[in-house]
Design a protein. Structure first.
Length: 123
């Protein structure tokens, strides 16, 4: 395993900012099967890092999935984004949003603005 996530990959660059699927199951207090189902249903997003499927830890805050994340993931999928592209969009720097990225803004007052921007990508 490497010490960091390469800068050209989307998402957090700090390896500690990523959770494995068993870690997510423990944090959400659900089975690993439920986590796989949540990924299939686009309630969560997981990508491979160092050969292991991982989820950014900040998308699973306070022992729950960010409220608006499933809606945004579905809007991005409808716009043709795959998981890597969706993750890149979620972590793309945007100084007009609180927290500096759409992912950070999802946890605050600008979640609706993030959804509106994701919806606009489909047009």
């Amino acid at each position: 395993m490497t010490d960091s996530v390469p800068a050209d990959l989307p998402g957090p660059s700090d390896p500690a900012a990523w959770l494995t699927l068993p870690d997510v199951a423990e944090r959400l207090d659900v089975s690993i099967s439920k986590v796989h189902q949540m990924i299939r249903d686009r309630e969560l997003i997981a990508v491979r890092r160092d050969g292991v499927r991982r989820i950014p830890a900040d998308l699973v805050a306070n022992h729950t999935v960010l409220k608006h994340l499933p809606g945004v993931l579905n809007l991005l999928a409808d716009a043709g984004y795959d998981d890597e592209e969706a993750l890149r969009w979620l972590y793309q720097a945007d100084p007009t949003l609180a927290g500096g990225t759409p992912a950070a803004a999802l946890g605050g007052d600008q979640a609706r603005e993030v959804k509106r921007r994701a919806q606009a990508l489909g047009f």
